[in-house]
Design a protein around this ligand. Sequence first.
Ligand SMILES: [Ca+2]
Ligand SMILES: [Ca+2]
Ligand SMILES: [Ca+2]
Ligand SMILES: [Ca+2]
Length: 495
Amino acid sequence: MRRAWFVSALVVLLVAPFHAGAEETPARFAVGFHGLPPGLHVGDRFHGGRIVAVNEALRVVSVVATDPAGFQERARSEAGVRYVEPVPQIAFLQFVPDDPGYATQYGPQQVGAHFAWDRTLGSTSVDLCVADTGVRYTHEDLADRYTSGHDYVNNDSDPWDDHGHGTHVSGIAAATTDNAKGIAGLARVSLSHAKVLDATGHGSWDVIANGITGCVDAGAHVVSVSIGGETGATVLEDAVNYAWDHGAVVVAAAGNGGPCGDCVEYPAKYANAIAVGCTNALKGLCPFSSSGPEVDLVAPGTNVESTWFTADTAYRFASGTSMSTPHVAGVAALLKSWSPTLTNADLRSALEAQAEDLGAAGPDDDFGSGLVRADRVLGAPQTYTGRLLAGTAGVAVPCSPDLCPTFGSIGYGGLSAMRFDILPASGRAYALTTSGTYGHADADVCWRDADDQPVGPCALNPFLPDVGAVPVGAVKAEVRLTVGADATYVLTIDP
Ligand SMILES: [Ca+2]
Ligand SMILES: [Ca+2]
Ligand SMILES: [Ca+2]
Ligand SMILES: [Ca+2]
């Protein structure tokens, strides 16, 4: 519903309809090849058009042609050409900041970052690349984070922000936390940038694809893309797949087209992008958040304060799935900082498996797997309240073999079993402690993957607190614990 763009104070991922121009109007095309022919350079003529960019990673050239229909016909007939697609200039963004006095920062708190920061604030060996309108890298809260970037709009090495959106997005993910200035970003990592949208928020999919591949070629572990359009392009999907195949996590805004049932935008809609929807300060769904089966996670996106591009001390509030996306990208970078050996598949699996379920039980089209949770994915100390497997809380029942697989038959009559589903970080060792009448009860610990399937054998009767390392691939532990007649047992994990 486009009218929503103008009646709500949201950051809107704006997609103007593509108007087919008159035949003589120059048009831009992405020409993909099965194998890039040698000798194609910027400035060369190509089937009557002019090459304006070459992306060797995706084997695609961008061509501006003054005879669009004829160019398409000629180019498509060339052997070795995989696709010829128009890539019109689209207005992706319309930035409408919220009232600065309205709200305070709540995003890091909602995703549990303050617990995760007890583990790490982030590592500069992890690179988070934002593809957007540029970044004010001299900003007081970004200067210590920024490392490098490129401007794919103006073809220079200076991705200075002439719009504002990119600086805002960058600060949410990576403003310097704990520096007594401005705001807290999610992860104190290295920040790089690909400027892919111009000063008016316009861009085209081939330029955005160039930015995404450029981020990855420069070493990005996480690429944050707060850009969305209702139609995609082969060159864009190829760029997302290229990033994934080269080990990077791509996080993208689901879009601000809601309420709707099936309106997730591109590139978030692609399988290899993590599509991020929006929650408000009460963990409710933002009314503008695009819903659909492709939504993977949600994160704070209403009245989010972040760095602003007008001055090195400027900050501003804004709303949109554009703001939600860097929350997830930041948490991914934080987890990579804490567990550097995790692959992009590990990172994505952890983010989704350990999300906080919201809305309808289980994954759903509004919230995906749920709210991203930094504390859970980093295995920060948390407490879990168990649920009794049998009987009545506070009333002891015999611990049968069914309830307690290994020790159920060896005594402890009068004790009961309690189940805790904990969400550890793979590859880390944990100590478990309990509070309750029997502080060091026996326990069976069985590790499960994201589909609740067993990972390796159960840890049989491990006397707490020595559980050992969590197997790689395990995202959940089922702990069955002998407990007394006490309904208030709490289990604490401490990696
Ligand atoms: Ca520039
Ligand atoms: Ca700060
Ligand atoms: Ca998805
Ligand atoms: Ca749900």
